[in-house]
Design a protein around this ligand. Structure first.
Ligand code: NDP
Ligand code: A1CAB
Length: 260
């Protein structure tokens, strides 16, 4: 499978890293156009055999599946640039919030098949969460190929495109909320005298373990929370303080802001 990247910054590099680490694609079959020299250097230092090309058009020419990994406002220009190199054998994968399959198909004049996704940066460590919606023209075998590709860097859920605008809040953007929480937990630990490097480890490992408990036990998060709260113990005191400070509603309100 020949995979192209039109742009390869934070999210493109995370997908690239996941694809290469999972070995679903070899470096030699990856084609990238990326104008930022710092990003090129970083990618080159990690994955020396990937092919850097001179334009997005060259990337499309060489690739079967193409990730458009640029900022949303650049999509229109880039899709217009590449459209003459597209054909029905090629699949364009979008990763931007707020851009529908229909809009993309209109810009490229229906010349290729389109897959809309919302990934997240933990793809880099193959712990990504990707939502995917398909163009109606995509055949079942092509859907399976795309899903396998996306699964190489994490979990995948096929969803109705009508829900796609709500996915950044819960998975595309949500790693940022968790990083803030880990940072805050580490600051609290440092305040109490725990060395900073250890503080990050305690905080991050606890977040990862708690997430794994939700996924692997299938228990309701509230039940898992109750199991941590001993009567009259330490946890219920911090839980009460979180409720007093509006922890839950802060998250729900933040998610509303995320909606495009
Ligand atoms: N970051 C994230 O967690 C997530 C991002 N996304 C989506 O991914 C997309 C990319 O975001 P992100 O990776 O964060 O952004 P970045 O800015 O990190 O990456 C975009 C890259 O595209 C490069 N670029 C600029 N112009 C062109 C061009 N004409 N052709 C090709 N590449 C170009 C940029 O270079 P330069 O720096 O020089 O401008 C940059 O390196 C966005 O649509 C975003 O919404 C989706 C899910 C999660
Ligand atoms: O902040 C953004 O707009 C992108 C989309 C999801 C995560 N990052």
């Amino acid at each position: 499978m020949k995979i192209g990247f039109c742009g390869c910054g934070n999210m493109g590099s995370a997908i690239l890293g996941g694809l290469i680490e999972s070995k679903i694609v070899v470096e030699d079959d990856i084609f990238i156009y990326e104008p930022n020299d710092d990003n090129i250097e970083k990618i080159h230092n990690s994955y020396g055999q990937v092919n850097f090309l001179k334009s997005n058009i060259d990337v499309v020419d060489k690739s079967e599946i193409i990730f458009i990994a640029v900022k949303p406002y650049m999509y229109k220009t880039i899709l217009e640039d590449i459209k003459d190199k597209l054909n029905k054998e090629k699949i364009v994968i979008t990763i931007a919030p707020g851009i529908s399959i229909k809009e993309v198909k209109n810009i490229i004049e229906n010349k290729a098949k389109v897959v809309r996704t919302m990934p997240n940066t933990p793809a880099l460590v193959r712990m990504g969460m990707t939502a995917v919606s398909f163009d109606e023209l995509i055949e079942d075998s092509e859907k399976l190929d795309v899903i396998s590709l996306l699964e190489s860097f994490g979990e995948v859920e096929v969803i109705n495109e009508g829900l796609m605008d709500h996915i950044p809040a819960v998975s595309g953007s949500s790693p940022a909320y968790v990083y803030i929480m880990i940072e805050a937990m580490a600051d609290g630990a440092v305040k109490a005298g725990i060395p900073r490097d250890k503080a990050y480890k305690f905080a991050a490992q606890s977040v990862m373990g708690a997430a794994k408990m939700v996924i692997e036990t299938g228990k309701h998060p509230g039940e898992l929370k109750d199991a941590v709260c001993s009567p009259g113990g330490t946890t219920i005191k911090s839980v009460a303080k979180l409720e007093e400070k509006g922890f839950r509603s802060a998250i729900i309100e933040a998610m509303k802001e995320c909606y495009m």
